[in-house]
Design a protein around this ligand. Sequence first.
Ligand code: ADP
Length: 250
Amino acid sequence: MSERPTIVPVVVSASALTKVYPRGREIVRALDGVSFEIQRGEFLAVLGPSGAGKTTLLNLMGGMDTPSSGVLRICGQEVAGLSDRDLTRLRRERIGFVFQHFGLLPTLTVGENVALPALFAGRRVRQRVDDLLAKVGLTHRRHHRPHELSGGEMQRAAIARALINEPQMLLADEPTGNLDSATGDTVINLFHELHREGLTVIVVTHNATLSAAAQRRIAIRDGRLASTPGAATTNRPATALGEPLGASYV
Ligand code: ADP
């Protein structure tokens, strides 16, 4: 892989962000002028009813899609100025993604699934795969295929895969949505631990425990930011909360 990316204090900066989709003769304003910042080391929950625009926002923050208008900076880079190749590289090297449905490739073992994003980046990562599997408690599952795993194990494998390229932020879309509450709690604990180690964690969730675990919450309704109890409009960096930033993910 190329040299390690520059570390910036503001990992996401959005100004008057919009995303519109055509639907027949109409257009859907999935995001309708959203502005906010996310500081390095934050643990942020994105809340809101179904159809509010949460996934659209997460996809934009993850460089999976581009805004219709407004300014979006991810890890210091303005998305509008990036070629497809540079956007792919940004996504691969700086962002880890976790999905509700895990997204593991069924024909690969757990270890191979975890290693895959690194192979695309041209990195040799045997030791890191070992370390990450140990971290998520799946060392004994390394040679198993996803269908042999429980839901919680699949999600922990997906989190290990998301971390393989040492991203600057971890984005998760309803990561506990397919898990029972006890299993979901183990995944929430893992997010908590990663945040404590200094990783920026951003989750879209309906899960009250996960939302409560986050350091800050923002709510979206009809494509706009809505105020919620505890949804501070100012951003407080993790350092201001008295939690030291760990070295592992920054
Ligand atoms: P949420 O994640 O909060 O449920 P979404 O971001 O998925 O909301 O969707 C916000 C709105 O945008 C919804 O009305 C949805 O139907 C619409 N939408 C999302 N993606 C597309 C798309 N690819 N094409 C057309 N409409 C879309």
